[in-house]
Design a binder for this molecule. Sequence first.
Ligand SMILES: C[S@@+](CC[C@H](N)C(=O)[O-])C[C@H]1O[C@@H](n2cnc3c(N)ncnc32)[C@H](O)[C@@H]1O
Length: 310
Amino acid sequence: MNDFTLELIKRSGGVTSPDVQKLLLARSKKSKLVSHQYIVRMMNDLARNDFYRDIIKKHVPNKSILEVGAGAGLLSLLALKYGARLVNTCEHNELLYEPLDGLFARTLSNDQRLVLHKKSVFDLKKSNFRTKVDVLLHELFADDVFSEDFLLSVLFAKQFLKDTGRVVPGIVNVIARPVFAEGLKREPTIKPYDGFKFNELNETISRPRKYFWSKNMKIKSSEDAKVIFSLDLNKSKIPLEGQCGLRLPRKSRANVVLVYFELKDGQNRLCTGPDGQSTHWQTTFYVIDEKSEYIRFHYKLNSFWATFDS
Ligand SMILES: C[S@@+](CC[C@H](N)C(=O)[O-])C[C@H]1O[C@@H](n2cnc3c(N)ncnc32)[C@H](O)[C@@H]1O
């Protein structure tokens, strides 16, 4: 982690404690080579692609762009197609470099408007750019919204953005919604074996755990959805950690709390929850602990978790 990252964390209103520094170091080593595993699902997600195409059309004409995370190359190609003056893109998964080179050579021949940086955004330097860019484009979202580290990647990349520039999409909302779901499987616990019971461990692992929505689950009734975190990436101060509580409904039969996210840019919206279009992102959920009155959500950099309070 370099001095800039630390400075950035301070300026974003975030935290600089030793545990955050450890997290950042762990982050820079982990998950660089995973994106090719989900890329097919992601690329065939028309709701996602249409949302990005619409906002790209709106923001890129005659603008210089920095895209964080080239992936399969789609967003950079769309930016060029819809009139970007110059596109810088970067990618840290080296398994994608050969396909990206092939795609760009075949599709763009000698178009000089695209520069692919084969490195992490965290390794980009001011000298990699002629001037600062007008638009910072990003799609760094996993099912669990913070876990692909969109927050720090975007904050870091903002140093290459003009003061008058825009982060696109600008708003990331995390949404929670208690629902009664049919088809919920009981949590697996460790069964007794040869006279030994694993009560303590069973108690520990049954604390709020995240699950992924499965095909055989159906929503039977629902409370209102609530935005638990709203991050405006165009603001100058963006907190790197947050906490938000949700009172659990007593009267309704809600047995889980769904957690999903939406991306917003002006009138354009992409929602990954069950009330939105169908996307490749999975909805996560937390099983409601019957003794509790509140569920509390927390995020810190690339981690998101829930706790229950009585
Ligand atoms: C969710 S995919 C999106 C790909 C492409 N932008 C699209 O929307 O079609 C995110 C891509 O960004 C890359 N990535 C994530 N964090 C990055 C970082 N800090 N620096 C460079 N690439 C990154 C991942 O390896 C992955 O290929």
